[in-house]
Design a protein around this ligand. Structure first.
Ligand code: PEP
Ligand code: MG
Length: 755
């Protein structure tokens, strides 16, 4: 390296000696900046530390006025140092004062320095501070010098992360590393959880970043990369990909990256500059994470995520922890934090100890979300870099209602939430008291409340909530959390258990609804441009009748001697229903022929999820025994707004005339034909929406377990006729200004409905 004394390796070796010296933190920092300045042949070297108040404080300097140490404080939106911290990117300038963001600080005496090189001090993608060198002469810092300074910054990152500097800080101005963070995400599963962080995939702690022997470290890195490539090849060859819980295309991307020269080169360079193999991987990973957090292009983010994952695997390889995380005993109040998690992985944990779940990914309809809801675990998704920001054991609050997370919350926030939890518990007790009361409105209308379910873990909810039955049993969940197609015997076992748990309350099984966003990891599916509009649900069932037939057989056998209700998802044309029904008839004949016990009666229904069915209601009702409105899908298709795309999912109000008219059409058609009609989308789980549905004529709703209490409490106070008088005229109003939500809210308030 041009001009440097001995290059980065010598510097790192010297730094290690300084790190081992029994001196105070300030002395250590002072020595470090002297060493770096000398090694880089710079007149100035300074360390700025990011504080909890999001300002940058000068912690040590060689070359600038030393009196400014701990006095000079800058905002992150100020000056060149702020720029580096904000962007988490290096900045090299030969004429710093000409840069528009240059901010003059007279107390530091830095006006005589023309050249500026600043690098972020990063850990797990988070900026902890900024390391700067400056020269009087105008000079261009080389790539090698920038790299060398970034490598050096890792040592400082370790020092800040160790907490050593906290002793130097004034109260309220501590280094930001452990600052309280209020993170916004998306509400996945309602509830409040207070507890301590458990990382689902613990980060590999790299403790030694400075190498003794560069040749040895290079060999270790190469060996680890070789093993990593091999393990990916093995996984790709393995037919049972599901075992790894991964998809083929992800692995293909991994394989490509594992051979990516740029990535490899960066890590090798980092080793050559004096880092251990682990240190080098972490250094490159930290850059990747920092880029990932700032990338707005979703494709690029995905790829950076893949690289991040790969770096984790490499770290596990290097530290000999390549068998995946060991399941340590969970603490009493665990908050699981992960980038993403499969439903099966969540079910593997001891439910009784989990208070919350925080994911960097995860959508409102993803499977892990469905399982979290079933288990009653408060969950928040799409929390940027959650697993990078949180350390194991950190206190954390998950607000599954607001979609927010408080990491290391200050005392007052914690107290406020503890009070909320107590309040919720009191309300839960009130709901529990309503358990045995039938859901009848004030004016004597029965609006039965059924449960949505899909897993064994849901079954206790029937008794806990006093639900009238299971209005929607999503049979695909069993398939989604399994690692291979569940055999008929396994399906039969689950369906029997469900019917047993329900006793004499009715259960409506929905046949497999896979495809779209519901993928089975072990089933190869075709790439589709628009999977929600693609080969899914009943379409797949009819094209692969073997699958549907075996499921229907399991259902019919489970229903032996009882009444059985089953329904088909995503029916778009009556002919599909006819063909599906024919499969049921055929299976009945088959079972009869083989002497199996048959259900006493079989009711076969259709879900109204595709708008085309709204215009064939008479046709479908003359064939089906009942209808169930799947409002999640129906609303998505009515408004052409993808339910799993956060940008558009809540863009249109289902309490506005178009959707309400659609719901009314179904209710009225059911009445005309004397056939039961229910609604089982998430909509019904919200009390105000449930008021609207009751007013439109729905006499049975199927809701999530946690919604039974609040919806019933509301029903008991509701005067349906009054609600009808408010709502129905609004559906005849074609001015385009009708606002049913506002009108119903006002009505609810005036009549004291508990919303
Ligand atoms: C619906 O679409 O409303 C529904 C109940 O089915 P799912 O949410 O499983 O698609
Ligand atoms: Mg649906």
């Amino acid at each position: 390296m041009r001009g440097a004394l001995g290059g980065p390796r010598v510097l790192l070796r010297r730094l290690r000696e300084v790190m081992a010296e029994p001196v105070s933190a300030q002395d250590r920092l002072d020595k470090i900046v002297v060493l770096i300045a000398a090694n880089m042949v710079a007149e100035v070297c300074s360390v700025y530390v990011l504080r909890v108040d999001q300002t940058l404080e000068l912690y040590a300097t060689e070359g600038l006025n030393r009196d400014a140490v701990h006095l000079t404080v800058m905002r992150v939106d100020e000056g060149l140092v702020g720029h580096v911290a904000r962007e988490a990117e290096s900045l090299a300038l030969s004429d710093a004062q000409a840069h528009p963001e240059f901010a003059y600080r007279p107390e530091t005496g830095e006006e005589v320095y023309n050249s500026f090189l600043g690098v972020p001090i990063l850990r797990a993608g988070n900026t902890l501070g900024v390391l700067v060198v400056q020269n009087r002469a105008r000079r261009t810092y080389t790539e090698e010098e920038i790299e060398a300074l970034q490598t050096t910054a890792m040592v400082l990152a370790e020092m800040i992360a160790s907490g050593e500097l906290t002793a130097l800080a004034k109260p309220g101005a501590e280094p930001a590393i452990r600052r309280p963070l209020h993170l916004k995400g998306v509400a996945l599963a309602d509830g409040l959880g207070l507890g301590h962080v458990v990382l689902h995939e613990p980060r590999v702690k790299v403790t030694n970043v400075i190498a003794d022997d560069v040749v040895k470290e290079t060999a270790r890195l190469d060996a680890a990369i070789g093993k990593l490539r091999h393990s990916i090849d093995v996984m790709l060859e393995d037919d049972g990909l599901a075992k790894a819980g991964e998809h083929r295309d992800i692995l293909e991307a991994y394989r490509m990256f594992a051979h990516d020269r740029g990535w490899m080169h960066k890590m090798r360079e980092a080793v050559l500059s004096g880092l251990t193999a682990e240190g080098a991987v972490e250094r490159v990973q930290s850059d990747t994470r920092a880029r990932m957090m700032r990338a707005s292009d979703p494709y690029l983010r995905e790829r950076l995520h893949d690289l991040d994952d790969l770096a984790n695997r490499l770290l596990r390889e290097l530290t000999g922890r390549n068998r995946g995380p060991e399941r340590e005993a969970l603490p009493e109040n665990a908050i699981l934090v992960a980038r993403n998690m499969s439903p099966a992985a969540l079910l593997d944990y001891d439910r009784s100890r989990i208070r919350g779940l925080v994911l960097e990914e995860g959508g409102t309809t993803s499977h892990v979300t469905i399982v979290a809801r079933a288990l009653g675990i408060a969950a928040v998704g799409q929390v940027e870099n959650a697993a990078g920001l949180a350390d194991p054991g950190d206190p954390m609050i998950v607000d599954g209602q607001a979609g927010e997370v408080h990491l290391r919350p200050p005392g007052d926030v914690e107290e406020a939430y503890a009070e909320k939890v107590r309040f919720r518990a009191r309300r839960q007790a009130q709901y529990a008291a309503l358990r045995t009361r039938p859901s009848v409105t004030k004016d004597g209308v029965h609006v039965d409340l059924h449960l949505n379910a899909g897993l064994l873990v849901d079954l206790p909810h029937i008794a806990e909530t006093g639900a009238a039955g299971i209005g929607l049993f999503r049979t695909e969940l069993q398939f989604m959390i399994a690692s291979a197609f569940p055999r008929i015997s396994e399906q039969l076992k689950l369906y029997r258990a469900v019917l047993d748990a329900a006793g004499d309350r009715p259960v409506t099984f929905r046949t497999l609804d896979i495809g779209g966003d519901k993928v089975l990891p072990y089933m190869r599916t075709v790439e589709e441009e628009n999977p929600a509009l693609g080969w899914r649900a009943i379409r797949l069932g009819l094209d692969r009748p073997g699958l549907l037939r075996s499921q229907v057989r399991a259902l019919l056998r489970a229903g032996s001697g009882r009444e059985l209700r089953l329904m088909f998802p995503m029916v778009a044309a009556v002919d599909e229903f006819d063909r599906a029904r024919a499969i049921v008839e055929r299976e009945l004949t088959h079972l009869r022929k083989h002497g199996h016990g048959l259900p006493e009666k079989v009711f076969v229904g259709a879900m109204v999820e595709v708008p085309s069915l709204l215009f064939q209601l008479d046709e479908i009702l003359s064939r089906a025994d009942f209808l169930s409105v799947g409002s999640n899908d129906l609303v998505q298709f009515l408004y052409a707004a993808d339910r799993s795309n956060v940008r558009v999912a809540d863009r249109f109000d289902p309490l506005s005339p178009p959707a309400l008219r659609a719901f009314r059409m179904v209710a009225e058609a059911g009445l005309r034909h004397g056939k039961p009609v229910t609604l089982c989308g998430e909509l019904a789980s919200r009390p105000l929406e449930a008021v609207a549905l009751a007013a439109l004529g729905y006499r049975a709703l199927s809701v999530s377990p946690a919604a039974i209490g609040p919806v019933k409490a509301m029903m008991l106070e509701l005067d349906v006729s009054a609600a009808r008088r408010i709502l129905l005229p609004m559906l005849e109003d074609h001015s385009g200004t009708a606002d049913p939500r506002a009108a119903l809210t006002a009505f609810a308030k005036a009549s004291g409905l508990p919303l």
